[in-house]
Design a protein around this ligand. Structure first.
Ligand code: P1T
Length: 541
């Protein structure tokens, strides 16, 4: 028992006192915290090892681990700071005031945390893009949530900023702390985050790499670091599709959706000071999210997507530093927010950020999806009523009805599941227009890209149906083929066991483009040459 291993024959408890002990140095400053808000900040600075080595970086790299904050992100700092200041000025009164804030979620979680502890009603206005994990955390903290369309511009009355402004005027005792204009946002980092980084590295930092949203983090840290360590290069990280970076991204006017949450905007917040930012690096989803997965797997940092964007940019920027110099990259939030998003391999594959896994065991895995096994769906226009949509769903016998906009393009789907959810959980929703019932986050495959049944099966791991379209024809509007479910895949697979002697001969015929599905009865299938599988998964989301 000397090595601490269990003795299979003994039922006695261990002699703990006699074991070899590892006692970590204790933080002697704080024995007990008054409440969870006083745990915010003082986050660890941790050396990065494997990724810098793999990327051929000479300098030392450190991660500022903001994901360990109690609410899970760097934004806890500013939320608490804005609340404290508003209370000090008498603007916020516990038990009376209502906090209303537009946010990509993390500031909302920080405010909901502060509201739970200090006694405020809290209303969070959040774009649809943001993860359900953030929504569930907010709800658990007692916040109320209003969702706004992701595509709405920041100055549109439908967008989260304008909706929050309107609500703050309509709701009695509402207070909009306004992270985009509130000095406490950069100040929390000037006084806190930057001081911590400087203390950890004895005021000797050569580069900081920080993602830009409201830009409070980067502007606040940069101001303090430039005062105390003027040599430090400040690198801002901004996704393609945002206009924060300088020089401006020429393509930013083409509205470009990106998946990474929390960074990038279509306006310049007052909390951005471009003067203190030396260089900007633009990032894309694929590089950012793959890097987040590497931070988790190779370094053990359970962080989110904007952490990957910052780290991806840092691996480029830090190449200019020499051995012995120090680069700090800030990792803003934690993995919890993204469990059903980029933490899922299938989610990454559906967006072509990761290849579809091979599967040589299943005869059908590499076979392309053909039109004739996809059940047709009924279509409705967006101007139809909800009762029309319910009737269409019932009459079609399908689980999905496709909904077209006024130009005839697919705008989303109407499903029994979502309709029930809305009617059951949102008071007054029975009087709403069809628009409100339309599910816009859908997985689509385009037959023009020859998606394989394997690729479709991977999507069906994370979605109840896949909408099948075909953009091959010369028409500008993609043709809607139908909706494909696990039932349809199993029906096809079980009714079409290959009669060919080996899987190899089947797949070689597929590669030669001269085989239709085994057992296929439709004439369409035999006239449709099967294309070799391509690298592109053919899936859009
Ligand atoms: O807002 P800023 O200090 O620039 O931090 C950018 C940022 C980076 N990463 C994540 C995951 C974030 O949530 C943010 C900013 N978040 C908000 C603006 C918000 O409302 O949560």
């Amino acid at each position: 028992m000397e090595n601490g291993a269990t003795n299979g024959n003994s039922s006695e408890f261990f002699n703990l006192k006699e074991m070899p002990h590892i006692i970590r140095a204790l933080d002697r400053n704080q024995k007990v915290h008054e409440n969870i808000l006083s745990v915010i900040g003082n986050t660890p600075l941790v050396k990065l090892t494997k990724i810098p080595k793999a990327e051929g970086i000479q300098c030392e790299m450190y991660a500022k681990c903001e994901f360990v904050n109690p609410g899970g992100s760097v934004k806890d700092r500013i939320a608490y700071r804005m609340v404290l200041e508003a209370e000090r000025r008498g603007v916020l009164i516990p038990g009376k005031s209502v906090i209303v804030e537009p946010t990509s979620g993390n500031t909302g979680i920080g405010l909901a945390l502060a509201s739970a502890v200090r006694g405020y009603r809290c209303i969070i206005v959040l774009p649809e893009k943001m993860s359900d994990e953030k929504v569930n955390t907010l709800l658990a903290l007692g916040a109320e949530i209003i969702r706004t369309p992701t595509e709405a511009a920041s100055d549109s009355p439908e967008g989260n900023i304008m909706v929050a402004q309107r609500l703050s005027k309509e709701i009695p005792n509402a207070v909009l702390l306004d992270q985009y204009n509130n000095v406490c946002n950069p100040l929390a980092h000037y006084d806190g985050t930057a001081e911590e980084i400087l203390w950890s590295l004895d005021d000797d930092v050569d580069m900081v790499v920080i993602g830009a949203g409201t830009c409070g983090t980067i502007s606040g840290i940069a101001h303090k670091i430039k005062e105390r360590c003027p040599k430090c290069i400040v690198v801002g990280v901004d996704p393609h599709g945002s206009i924060l970076a300088q020089p401006e991204d020429l393509n930013a006017s083409d509205v470009q959706m990106y998946e990474v949450e929390g960074i990038g905007y279509d306006f310049l917040p007052r909390t951005l000071d471009r003067k203190v930012i030396d260089t900007w690096i633009k990032t894309d989803d694929c590089g950012a999210l793959q890097m987040s997965r590497r931070l988790i797997k190779e370094e053990g940092f359970l962080c989110g997507g904007s952490s990957g964007a910052a780290m991806w940019a840092a691996t480029k920027a830090a190449k200019q530093l020499k051995a012995g110099q120090k680069c700090v990259v800030l990792l803003p939030d934690n993995i919890r927010n993204y469990m059903t998003k980029f933490i899922s391999d299938q989610w990454l594959e559906a967006r072509s950020f990761k290849p579809i896994p091979k599967n040589n065991e299943l005869w059908w895995w590499n076979i392309p999806l053909l039109e004739n096994i996809v059940p047709k769906t009924a279509s409705l226009t967006i101007n139809s009523s909800v009762s029309d949509a319910i009737a269409a769903l019932r009459n079609s016998g399908s689980s999905v009805v496709t909904v077209l906009d006024n130009k005839g393009c697919l705008t989303g789907v109407f499903t029994a599941d979502n309709t029930r959810k809305r009617l059951a959980n949102i008071p007054g929703s029975s009087a709403e227009d069809l628009e409100k019932f339309v599910v816009k986050k859908i997985y689509k495959v385009d037959l023009a890209n020859n998606p394989t049944l394997g690729a479709v099966s991977r999507i069906l791991d994370i979605a109840p149906y896949v909408i099948v379209v075909n953009t091959e024809s010369s028409q500008s509007i993609p043709k809607i083929i139908g909706a494909f479910t696990s039932d349809d895949l199993l029906l096809f697979v079980s009714g079409n066991q290959p009669t060919l002697s080996t899987n190899d001969s089947l797949s070689s015929k597929i590669q030669n483009g001269n085989v239709a599905y085994p057992g296929q009865k439709s004439s369409k299938a035999s006239s449709d040459p099967v294309q070799p599988v391509q690298a592109n998964s053919g899936i859009t989301v």
